[in-house]
Design a protein around this ligand. Structure first.
Ligand code: CTP
Ligand code: ZN
Length: 151
């Protein structure tokens, strides 16, 4: 590691979620259900970052996330990086990207939408990935990814 010291201890195997905008750190914890994690989780919060000012970092020992779990993260923190750690080395870096559709992740902001009135899963089409525009498949209402409520 040379002179560079880590702000949170290194892990041997697992996933390091890095470059989380500081204020989104606990949303990422929620989205991945880490409150109920049996594996050790260390959370760094409000750490200085050259790229984004202040960041959060989450390290989960011996856990690797599915593509489905990773795509959930794209909703709250599109710029984060998942580092896959094997034997103390970064084996892979994964960036997150909005998928084509979001199921059961985001609430519809139309109070009259059936998804807000029946016990059912929401479904959104991502109609513009770059701008982050979602369209409800049930009521056609569009919403901005920066202005969402999680289910
Ligand atoms: N890390 C870790 N345990 C290891 C190896 C790395 O916790 N055994 C963490 C580092 O602290 C860092 C992240 O994994 O937060 C990515 O490591 P690395 O790619 O070495 O760092 P950077 O080059 O700074 O990554 P980036 O370019 O994504 O900022
Ligand atoms: Zn709707």
């Amino acid at each position: 590691m040379g002179k560079k010291e880590m702000q949170v201890s290194a892990i041997e195997n697992g996933t390091v979620i890095d470059h989380i905008p500081a204020e989104k750190t606990y949303e990422v914890v929620d989205l991945l259900g880490l409150k109920n994690s049996l594996a050790p989780v260390t959370i760094g919060y409000n750490l200085p970052s050259k790229k984004i000012g202040k960041k959060g970092i989450i390290k989960i020992t011996n856990r690797f996330f599915s593509q489905e779990e990773i795509s959930r993260l794209s909703v709250v923190a599109p710029k984060i990086v998942l580092n896959i750690i094997k034997d103390y080395e970064v084996a892979e870096k994964k960036t997150v990207e909005l998928p084509e559709e979001l199921r059961g992740i985001v609430k519809c902001n139309n109070p009259k939408c059936i998804t807000n009135n029946e016990p059912m899963q929401t479904v959104f089409n991502v109609i513009d990935k770059a701008q982050g525009i979602l369209k409800c498949r049930y009521c056609d209402k569009e919403q901005d990814i920066n202005n969402i409520k999680l289910c």
